[in-house]
Design a protein around this ligand. Structure first.
Ligand SMILES: Cc1cc2nc3c(=O)[nH]c(=O)nc-3n(C[C@H](O)[C@H](O)[C@H](O)COP(=O)(O)OP(=O)(O)OC[C@H]3O[C@@H](n4cnc5c(N)ncnc54)[C@H](O)[C@@H]3O)c2cc1C
Length: 349
């Protein structure tokens, strides 16, 4: 039986970027990527995949800086050309400005120009901006990535192409042993062997392991939803972000924007979700949006919902055992934080 140098379980953003990083660092490795469905079958396939580079904590800032280094490296790969830059405009309380500036690190906030204000008012015609609020921006753009296509392109044309066997559908139920190799057992009865393992199972539970990472047992699976809203937006318009409301409006096509909001619904089972928006998602999103923009809340034309694993402070983490790393809890930001997580996971092996 083949003993792979590295087996990756999970073909989402985390698993595929870890594979990309491993293949780049170790072009001689014979690698295996297992997924219970197929690449981007989980949260990655339903993501809005916006990169608004704010850091909730100093640990997030370190991870974001690592991501920026990784994005510079990825710039040479065809998959990276799928990302598009987008400006970000923030609507925030005056008293919150220093905290927001600190969260944005080197990006220096300035007041939005009259032209930028006109754009916001065109996009969201009856937007409510309080007397003690400011509209600010920075000159460095954020980005949006079609994450499903990105993952597929990494597999099709990235460094993994030459060295990685993609095996789907294979649902890994247990990872056993360790010396001299790990054995990965699948629901189907199939067995695979690998000297090293990366687990990247997103919101799903981990396969059975000799030891379960303690932080994993404290994480929760939360619903993540977004509304599609018919709005007078155009190509080139910015993301309008209301940090205090945990709400942003992301222009997607001419005349349509995606609206991300905090869907407070915990304890989801990813196996029961198919990406579609439920009535309760719609009601919850409309309530948050209506507080800012009544007209927009009346123009919801659809949406999408799935789930993601969250830690308390929304910081994803890498858990390690000898030659095994688990990349866990995208926490609603797993697309933008995946490159740094991938580098950490491969270094942990
Ligand atoms: C509506 C929505 C909007 C979002 N917006 C943003 C955003 O704007 N910006 C951002 O950065 N993030 C966003 N996110 C979060 C982001 O999409 C996730 O954090 C990220 O995709 C997680 O990637 P992952 O690889 O950890 O998980 P997943 O993409 O879920 O991948 C896990 C993979 O593992 C496979 N798998 C699971 N268990 C097993 C097993 N036992 N054996 C084999 N295979 C297994 C699954 O089939 C799946 O393909 C959003 C998410 C949603 C749902």
């Amino acid at each position: 039986m083949t003993v792979y140098d590295l087996a990756i379980v999970g073909g989402g953003m985390f698993g595929c970027l870890a594979g990309d990083e491993a293949a780049r660092r170790h072009p001689d490795w014979n690698m295996l990527l297992l997924d219970r469905s197929g690449p981007a079958a989980g949260a990655t396939g339903w993501s809005l995949a916006a990169d608004i580079p704010f850091a909730l904590t100093p640990a997030h800032r370190d991870l974001i800086e690592e991501c920026e280094r990784q994005w510079r490296r990825l710039a040479g790969e065809p998959a990276a050309s799928l990302a598009r830059g987008i400006r970000i405009v923030y609507v925030t309380g005056q008293d919150r400005l220093p905290a927001l500036q600190a969260q944005l690190g080197e990006r220096k906030l300035r007041e939005a120009s009259p032209a930028e204000m006109d754009t916001v008012r065109r996009m969201l015609p009856d937007v409510r901006i309080g007397a003690h609020e400011l509209v600010v921006t920075h000159d460095e753009p954020g980005s949006v990535l079609p994450s499903r296509e990105f993952v597929r392109e990494l597999l099709r044309a990235g460094p993994m192409k030459a060295s990685t066997r993609l095996a789907t559908p294979h649902h890994v139920t247990a990872v056993r042993g360790g010396e001299p190799w790990y054995e990965l057992a699948c629901e189907s009865g199939d067995l695979w062997r690998a000297r090293r393992v990366i687990l990247a199972t997103g919101p799903w539970r981990l396969p059975h392991l000799p030891a379960t990472p303690a932080p994993f047992t404290r994480s929760v699976v939360k619903r993540v939803a977004a509304l599609r809203v018919a709005l007078p937006v155009r190509a080139g318009d910015p993301i309008v972000f209301f940090p205090e409301d945990d709400l942003y409006v992301l222009p997607s096509t001419d005349g349509t924007a995606m609206v991300s909001f905090n869907r407070r619904c915990w304890g989801q089972d990813p196996d029961l979700l198919d990406g579609s928006l439920e009535e309760a998602d719609r009601r919850s999103g409309v309530a948050v949006l209506a507080a800012r923009c009544t007209a927009a809340a009346g123009r919801v034309v659809g949406g999408q919902a799935f789930c993601d694993r969250y830690t308390d402070d929304r910081l994803p983490y890498v858990w390690r055992a000898p030659r095994l790393a688990a990349m866990l809890a995208g926490s609603g930001s797993g697309v933008r934080l995946a490159p740094g997580m991938a580098a950490r996971a491969v270094s942990a092996l």
